[in-house]
Structure formats: structure tokens, C-alpha cells
Design a protein around this ligand. Structure first.
Ligand SMILES: [Zn+2]
Length: 344
């Protein structure tokens, strides 16, 4: 058995008398026999996560552990059906403080049934006694979101763009989808809130999750769900990165026109469509607020606007959430770590 330093032992003993509401604790030490160092059987940790979200919101949780974890996952499940709604893997977030910090991102799909769900957290720990599996569950209430219905008339050009079979369009869809299946563990640009991609005058012309009825020029109809927010703005207006990130796509597409995709955290993407000009290149790193292109009306578009979208993996989530909530709140995490360490 490894001898633990004195300070470490005191740290664990202090944990036994903690009463911090947002903190979940496993048993940190086995019974301590006289003159013997405690055997480490688990590791103290806490999970920082919201307790209430709405349909279409993102779920962002931060898991801090005194010991490094491996193979961590979080799954959103419905207690009534025990079915997994969505799940994701932890990513490691480097930091200066004690212990190790991990993040996990899950989309709450728009069609999720409102009500109380469970988030199941699972990970492995390499302890003195071998690999130990840790499982913990937390409740998450999902509220309902009112998604608007809208009807959009499409002229002949846009109708054909939307409806015509086109192998080039199919190939573009497949290669575009691949971008959202890859998570770069080194895309670690978590900060506070996102900023709007337009700084001047604009007006919202379509919302996140709008249920659209396309009215084709020839009398036909089609439906789709709007994954982003449309901001009506005159062509040539600078478009800014809503958050620091890596440019993972920058190019022309048939339906979405000139398009940029940024990755901010592993699997967290923002997308900018219908641009008249792109001023960044793939592989480049951009800062929050940096100009990345100019707005326009390229692709399937009925007028000059910016389509701004945020996805977790391949699922669109409400971008406004990130304008109002910190992606990571380091002060809250630090105070929780201090509370654990000092028993405050
Ligand atoms: Zn749009």
C-alpha cells in the first residue's frame, strides 16, 4: 500500500464532514486502523451541472475529481422508459488547480418529452486496489419550449435547390455530416458566455427550432426544422466568431452557401451560413469576436441574412442559451474545489 502524505489524509478526513449542497461524495477512505495510512478506495468528486433546462437547450456539465478518471460518460435517460435519450463522453480540461477537470456536452433534442430525467455518470478510476467503476445519478428537469410554425414561399430557383435530386448536393451533405462526428480533444476554448456574431443592426427573421412549411412555386410543399437563428442584415456586414475556436470548415456549399464551422470544445460547433465572403481558412484558430467573413445571401436563401447555428455533435441546440449562460464558470468550480478541500 502506498503511504499517503499527511496533508492528503487530512484532506480526506475533512471531506467526511462536508455539507455542500451541489457536491456529491463517495466514501473517500476505508476505515482507518491505528497507525495505518488509509486505503484509497475511491476519489472525492463533484459535478457542476444545471438542474433545469428546456427542450433544445445544451447540457454542459463539469466533473472535478481528486484523482484522474478514465472512460467517463454521461447519459440522459428517461426514468419512465429507462431509455437513453442522448449520451456523450467526458473530455479532459487542463487547468492549474488540484485534481482533474472533465467536461461533457449533451444536446437536449427539441422533441425530448418534458419532465424529470436522470443523468447517469459513469467512469473508471485507477485506485491502489485496481480499476474501480463509479456510477452516480442526478436529476434534470426538462421544460417545454414553444417552437413556432412558419410558412415560407420559395421561388423556382429555391424550390429546385430544395427539392431536386443532385448527387453533388448529396455528396456535400455526407461530407458535411462527417465534420460533426469528429471531436477534437484539443479544441479547448471554454470561457464564459458566447457573443453575438453581429455587432451592428440586425433583426431576427427566424428562430431556433422553427417548424417550417416550404411552399414551392409549383404548389407543392415540404417541411423542415430550422436548426439555427436567422439574423436579417445587409450584405457585406462583418460576421464575428461567437467564441474562440478552430476553423474546421470554410467553403462554398450548394444549399448553405459560403459556410464556416468553428469547433470550440470537443464536439461543440458554431456554424455561419449564406456568407458573401469567407476571410478565414480551415485549420486556423480564431479569437472570440474576430471577424471571420461577411454576411450575404448565398445558397438556399430568400434574402440577405446570417444563419447562425450551434451544434453539439450533429444535433442543433439553442444558441441563445450560450449568450446567457457561462460555458464554464471557473470561479464556481474553484469555490467547490476549495469547499471540498477545506471542508467549508
Ligand atoms: Zn436559417
Amino acid at each position: 500500500m502506498n503511504k499517503l502524505p499527511k496533508g492528503f489524509i487530512r484532506f480526506f478526513l475533512c471531506l467526511l464532514c462536508l455539507s455542500v449542497a451541489s457536491v456529491v461524495l463517495p466514501v473517500a477512505v476505508s476505515a482507518q486502523e491505528k497507525d495505518q495510512a488509509p486505503t484509497l478506495t475511491s476519489s472525492p468528486f463533484f459535478i457542476q451541472m444545471p438542474d433545469k433546462l428546456a427542450q433544445g437547450d445544451p447540457f454542459v456539465a463539469w466533473i472535478w475529481s481528486a484523482m484522474p478518471l478514465n472512460q467517463g460518460t454521461a447519459s440522459l435517460t428517461s426514468p419512465s422508459t429507462s431509455k437513453t435519450i442522448t449520451s456523450g463522453k467526458f473530455f479532459y480540461m487542463p487547468g492549474d488547480g488540484p485534481g482533474s477537470l472533465y467536461g461533457v456536452l449533451l444536446p437536449i433534442p427539441n422533441q425530448t418529452e418534458p419532465g424529470t430525467k436522470q443523468v447517469l455518470f459513469d467512469w473508471d478510476l485507477n485506485t491502489d486496489n485496481g480499476v474501480q467503476h463509479v456510477h452516480t445519478e442526478k436529476s434534470l428537469v426538462i421544460g417545454s419550449t414553444e417552437f413556432l410554425h412558419e410558412s415560407i414561399p420559395l421561388d423556382k430557383a429555391n424550390t429546385l435547390l430544395e427539392t431536386q435530386e443532385d448527387p453533388a448536393k448529396t455528396a456535400e451533405s455526407l461530407s458535411f455530416a462527417k465534420i460533426f462526428g469528429v471531436r477534437d480533444p484539443l479544441a479547448l476554448y471554454a470561457g464564459k458566455t458566447m457573443t453575438r456574431p453581429l455587432t451592428g443592426e440586425w433583426r431576427q427573421t427566424a428562430g431556433f427550432g422553427d417548424i417550417r412549411l416550404y411552399k414551392y412555386y409549383n404548389g407543392g410543399t415540404g417541411t423542415s426544422v430550422h436548426g439555427g437563428i436567422d439574423l436579417g442584415v445587409k450584405t457585406g456586414t462583418p460576421v464575428h466568431a461567437c467564441f474562440a475556436g478552430n476553423v474546421v470548415f470554410a467553403g462554398m456549399r450548394i444549399v448553405t452557401g459560403n459556410t464556416i464551422v468553428l469547433e470550440h470544445l470537443p464536439g461543440l460547433f458554431s456554424i455561419y451560413m449564406h456568407l458573401s465572403k469567407i476571410t478565414v481558412t480551415e485549420g486556423e484558430k480564431v479569437d472570440q469576436g474576430e471577424a471571420i467573413g461577411l454576411s450575404g445571401s448565398t445558397g438556399l436563401s430568400t434574402g440577405p441574412h446570417l444563419h447562425w447555428e450551434v451544434r453539439i455533435g450533429d444535433v442543433s441546440v439553442n444558441p441563445y442559451y450560450f449568450l446567457e449562460h457561462n460555458l464554464i464558470d471557473k470561479e464556481v468550480i474553484s469555490s467547490n474545489i476549495n469547499a471540498l478541500i477545506e471542508g467549508r
